[in-house]
Design a protein around this ligand. Structure first.
Ligand SMILES: *[C@@H]1O[C@H](CO)[C@@H](O)[C@H](O)[C@H]1NC(C)=O
Length: 468
């Protein structure tokens, strides 16, 4: 009280100009302080934007109902497939070439013979339909997804989770991990939504140019909102990794956690320096011994191997409609194009095996079901276009490259992944890494190859975030 009286006395003794100055600066300081507090509290995010991808003109209103969907097939579809398979022309492989020139056609004949005579599409359609499918219209496109609820039990925490696939995969990649995630893990269980990226499988393909990962992210956020989920977890690899990352950047308050099995961050001075110093003094640049083992020799592992394996990327990012004509018209062409990736992206050394090591990790039923999802929906061209749309402008200048990701993030680094990204690099973009795991085995198609390992890592991450 006394001090206040003294202050009041000083204030009264001041002349009018000084009083005004004092009040003015107090107001300004308060304003700046308030602004700083507001800025700190504000979560950085990228604008949602808008879009409409249907054919022709956008209607005034759109049906936002959710419809059950079932995968179907017919005798005509299967007959047409068999006729085309029977007319295939093959080219003999070069001597001793294994998979180095692409899919070895001698082995391809083995795969195709299985496809033609043993593979039972009707049975696989029943496998696909074992989980409930739905479709709903968003931004002019019918968006397809699988929705699996866990069995009801008392005292369990049900956590919503979206899993997003990539190319040349599909929602089917998750069929082995679904039962693991919807099964109670000490009181924690997931309710899982697996959508098809528009242009892939049973989701409509965009009719207009410009459908990139940001558009896919916005559509999937709308889907989660429509399903009534205000907060959820996301998991993805390949394009699914970029799409879920964009979702986390757009609505950070809705995304409780982001779990990725492919992630990149390889630009800037920090990365350059760590590449130069890393092999000699790894601890200085935050590399672990395992990082060094996976990254170096850098030119061999991360430049030449990448060049050898990414020709498809350049073609799809430039002339998808030309390159897609063949595989869209020939089932065997499509199978070779897709299954070559399931061979080499699982383990690069598979290219030195006569059969590409395809059946080491997968059954022919599984990989051919994925091929059939592309074949029966005519979606190889639209799936390839996604590369072009995402590389239309310099990726460094895209809005999502300029802002970090602040939601809790879990990273699973599989040893067979095409490019290794150390935690110290990932931290440049992902600012809130809760867990980073060097996975013991597995490659690019983590959920398809190692469902149990991926499920374990995802569960430990979510438990950490939930303080479970
Ligand atoms: C292609 O695959 C078959 C196995 O199906 C193998 O016997 C053959 O040696 C391979 N060809 C080449 C050129 O590697």
């Amino acid at each position: 009280m006394q001090r206040l009286a003294v202050l009041k006395g000083v204030f009264c003794d001041m002349d009018a100009i000084h009083k005004q100055l004092l009040i003015g600066s107090a107001v300004a300081a308060g304003g700046i302080l308030l602004h700083m507090v507001y800025k700190r509290g504000q979560v950085k995010s990228i604008p949602l934007g808008e879009g409409w991808w249907g054919a022709g003109k956008k209607p005034l209103s759109e049906d936002d109902q959710i419809y059950p969907f079932e995968v179907e097939t017919s005798e005509e579809e299967i007959e047409d497939l068999h006729e085309r398979i029977d007319r295939t022309r093959y080219t003999d492989p070069l001597e001793d070439s294994c998979f180095q020139y692409g899919f070895n056609s001698t082995y391809l004949k083995t795969v195709v013979s299985y496809w033609r005579h043993k593979f039972d599409w009707k049975k696989q359609v029943a496998v696909l339909n074992q989980y409930p499918h739905f479709k709903t219209k968003i931004e002019g496109l019918d968006v397809h997804y699988v929705h699996v609820r866990p069995p009801h039990r008392a005292n369990q925490k049900v956590v919503p989770l979206m899993l997003v696939h990539g190319w040349p995969g599909s929602f089917y990649e998750f069929y082995k991990i679904l039962p693991l995630l919807t099964e109670n893990q000490d009181g924690l269980v997931f309710e899982v939504i697996c959508p098809s990226i528009p242009g892939y499988g049973y989701s409509d393909a965009p009719h207009k140019q410009g459908f990139d990962s940001l558009a896919a992210a916005r559509i999937f956020l709308t889907l989660m909102e429509r399903l009534g989920f205000s907060q959820f977890y996301l998991q993805g690899g390949d394009w699914g990794s970029l799409i879920t990352t964009n979702m986390a950047q757009m609505k950070p308050l809705c995304v409780k956690g982001l779990h990725l099995n492919m992630f990149m961050s390889r630009r800037g001075l920090k990365v350059m320096l760590s590449l130069m110093i890393g092999p000699y003094l790894p601890f200085l640049v935050g590399f672990s011994r395992e990082d060094v083992r996976r990254l170096f020799p850098f030119l061999e592992k991360n430049v030449w191997n990448i060049l050898r394996e990414t020709g498809y990327f350049h073609i799809q990012a430039t002339k998808p409609d030309t390159a897609g004509c063949g595989p869209n018209d020939s089932p065997v062409g499509l199978a070779a194009y897709i299954l070559e990736k399931f061979s080499s992206w699982t383990d690069l050394s598979n290219t030195d095996l006569v059969d590409g090591g395809l059946e080491r990790k997968f059954s022919l039923d599984d990989v051919l079901t994925n091929v059939m999802i592309y074949w029966t929906t005519d979606s190889i061209v639209s799936s390839m276009r996604f590369y072009k749309e995402n590389l239309k402008s310099n990726p460094d200048n895209r809005v999502d490259a300029k802002i970090g990701i602040f939601v809790p993030t879990g990273l699973a680094a599989f040893p067979g992944e095409l490019m290794h990204c150390p935690k110290s690099w990932a931290q440049i973009r992902y600012r809130n890494i809760y867990s980073y795991t060097f996975m013991p085995r597995g490659g690019h198609f983590a959920a398809f190859e190692e469902p149990q390992l991926l499920a374990n890592d995802l569960v430990q991450f979510v438990k950490k975030v939930e303080k479970f």
